[in-house]
Design a protein. Structure first.
Length: 95
């Protein structure tokens, strides 16, 4: 998991942006409920702000499916569907 902290220099002073937590993961499939539950628990425990998953192996993902995976109350997401056997990308973030 990557953590980054951006600082913006303004005139005389320094302004600091909040810390953001980013997770990148090759999940090798999101078809099993047990795996989705473990991912959700980890996202919640680590307070991840942005999650990027590759190799979801999902032909499509509904908003309800993504919401089951995301540990926060609000979310936006974008996904790239798979070709049935390989691929599939999912990006979820807290707006």
């Amino acid at each position: 998991m990557l953590q980054f902290n951006l600082q913006l220099l303004e005139g005389r002073g320094q302004s600091q942006w909040p810390m953001m937590k980013l997770l990148l993961w090759n999940v090798k499939g999101l078809g099993r409920k047990e795996k989705m539950s473990k991912i959700k628990s980890m996202l919640k425990a680590r307070e991840v702000d942005i999650a990027l998953f590759q190799e979801t192996k999902k032909v499509s993902m509904s908003e309800n499916e993504v919401n089951e995976l995301w540990a926060r109350e609000s979310m936006n997401f974008i996904c790239v569907d798979t070709d049935r056997t390989t691929g599939g990308l999912l990006c979820i973030w807290d707006p």
